[in-house]
Design a protein around this ligand. Structure first.
Ligand SMILES: NC(=O)c1ccc[n+]([C@@H]2O[C@H](COP(=O)([O-])OP(=O)(O)OC[C@H]3O[C@@H](n4cnc5c(N)ncnc54)[C@H](O)[C@@H]3O)[C@@H](O)[C@H]2O)c1
Length: 427
């Protein structure tokens, strides 16, 4: 498929905006929040146009709707160091994630390199984050000894491999979700966990739900002992991809297109926006799961005759938790009137209003940003984990439990709901 065909077929947000006369800055301004690009130079066009990324039907991708910022972000931030971490960023696909997490604005970060396999996207990312160096691939960038930390915003199937490689090259690693993927997930989990332990470097998964205002507030309640044990929790990631599907990187074409990794994706292979609503609140674990799926509404799911051998467009999991609680986690790409990344927890004791639930302050120029004001918080947490040598908020143990719970749930759904044990990894 030619570039031209790809752009018109798949409505790639960045190219389409530029074709429509909107600036890349305007687009990213919308993605990253009001001050995301303060201080940036070299971006063409006028600021102000705000257009979030959209799916093939022109619907805004969940998490990129307007009004996602954290209103308290700018209050009372204190620097913890004057050191600047040298960061390399990989991936500038459908969601332009490489540029929407405020690395370019963080006072303790120097974005020294950018990469995407696609040369145009690579140049676009380098410009958006002000990186002087570019590399033709993340694999090449990882070999740069001057880089201390990498942010992996590439397609989901590549995360674990690139993260392991980064750790083995003594880089701190932050990865977009999920930590591990698909049929390889359990094998990848073992290798990723060992690489984190062996390297001693920081590893964090950028689970955006972790810094949703409600999820974070419940985390503080739980940590203060206010809720007691969580008796029941539930979480959802509902996003109707529509009959055309949602574009993603396709290694066969080298493009972001409708035959990429998102085509016929088992919902429970992408579970962490939901499962964070137990793991990020309690630090507890899902131990066993039984799940069911419903045949996908759209033709790509028919009889599981697709790249992921997946017949399901909706999957619902019941889980046992490490504190003898019950959880229900759901993912759907085809239900109508179902939308969003959300969840709830119910403890033995009531919510204590005297415990403040505010998210931490952020440095000037770093907003909460997209996905419920979470992007800037994730970045700041990762950077501070390096500066202060502390455990990142979504460390490898939490990341693997959130992800593997879904992977095993999908296996259970394929077996008609058998109870299955979830492999456990803890620091
Ligand atoms: N709420 C959230 O946390 C949230 C929301 C959207 C996307 N995501 C995640 O963010 C990531 C990026 O999403 P997207 O929609 O932009 O993905 P995408 O599939 O559209 O694009 C991935 C990009 O990575 C590049 N890439 C692949 N392998 C590479 C390599 N080895 N070196 C350099 N570049 C490489 C591709 O060329 C492509 O441009 C995905 O993993 C997705 O799961 C998370």
């Amino acid at each position: 498929m030619s570039n031209k065909e790809q752009n018109s077929d798949n409505k790639n947000p960045i190219e389409n905006l530029e074709q429509a006369g909107m600036s890349r800055r305007g687009f990213l301004h919308g993605v990253g929040g009001a001050s995301a690009f303060l201080g940036m130079t070299g971006l063409a066009g006028q600021a102000g146009a705000q257009e979030p990324p959209k799916d093939a039907d022109g619907k805004v991708i969940p998490g990129f709707e307007k009004g996602q910022d954290d209103p308290n972000a700018a209050k009372d931030w204190q620097p913890v160091s004057d050191r600047k971490i040298r960061v390399g960023i990989a991936g500038y696909g459908l969601c332009a994630f490489g540029a929407s997490f405020f690395y370019q604005n963080h006072p303790n970060v120097d974005v020294v390199a950018a990469t995407d396999l696609d040369p145009e996207r690579c140049a676009g990312l380098a410009k958006a984050v002000g990186a002087k160096k570019t590399y033709p691939s993340c694999e090449e960038m990882i070999k740069d000894k001057s880089i201390e930390a990498i942010y992996i915003a590439t397609d989901a199937p590549s995360h674990a491999r690139l993260a392991i490689m980064g750790l083995e090259h003594d880089k701190h690693v932050v990865s977009a979700v999920p930590a591990v993927f698909g049929f390889e997930a359990e094998d990848e989990a073992e290798k990723l966990f060992n690489a984190v332990k062996k390297s001693g470097m920081k590893y964090m998964m950028n689970e955006t739900s972790t810094f949703h205002a409600d999820c974070y507030a419940k985390r503080l309640q739980y940590q203060a002992g206010a809720l007691g044990k969580i008796v029941y929790s539930e979480g959802e990631y509902y996003h109707d991809f529509g009959p055309k599907g949602l574009p993603g990187y396709n290694p066969k074409s080298g493009k972001v297109d409708l035959n990429g990794w998102r085509k016929a994706l088992p919902p429970m292979w992408y579970p962490t926006h939901a499962t964070a609503y137990y793991v990020s609140i309690t630090g507890g674990r899902f131990t066993e799961v039984s799940a069911l799926g419903t045949p996908g509404l759209y033709p790509e799911y028919k009889d599981g005759n697709n790249q992921h051998k997946n017949p399901f467009g909706t999957e619902i999991a019941m889980l046992k938790t490490s504190e003898d609680g019950i959880s229900r986690m759901a993912g759907s790409w085809d239900m109508k009137n179902a939308h969003g990344e959300q969840g709830r927890v119910y403890g033995q004791k009531p919510h204590d209003k005297s415990i403040k639930g505010d998210r931490p302050p952020l440095p000037p120029g770093v907003d909460g940003g997209g996905h419920g004001g979470s992007h800037g918080h994730l970045t700041n947490n990762f950077i501070e984990s390096i500066l202060l040598d502390k455990t990142p908020i979504v460390h490898v143990g939490d990341a693997l439990n959130m992800t593997l719970a879904g992977v095993v749930a999908h296996q259970s759904a394929l077996k008609g709901g058998d109870w299955m044990k979830i492999p456990q990894y803890d620091l």
